[in-house]
Unconditional design. Structure first.
Length: 68
């Protein structure tokens, strides 16, 4: 799924970048360019940072956090 339409950044790219060590929105912006144009995707992109450290599985779809 595309998270950042302006820069064509997908959720998979964000997940891979977080798995590789990105720990802040600034890291994602520097490495991917996400949330550097209109900024509408910044909350969703940042949610991948917090979702990776939460216990249990968490999936973010269209801005909705779904716990499984």
């Amino acid at each position: 799924m595309f998270v950042c339409i302006c820069n064509a950044i997908t959720d998979r790219q964000i997940q891979e970048t977080v798995a590789a060590g990105a720990s802040s929105l600034s890291d994602l912006q520097a490495q991917l360019g996400v949330a550097t144009c209109c900024g509408c995707c910044s909350d969703l992109a940042a949610s991948y940072l917090t979702g990776s450290s939460a216990q249990g599985q968490s999936t973010v779809t269209a801005g909705i956090n779904v716990q499984s």
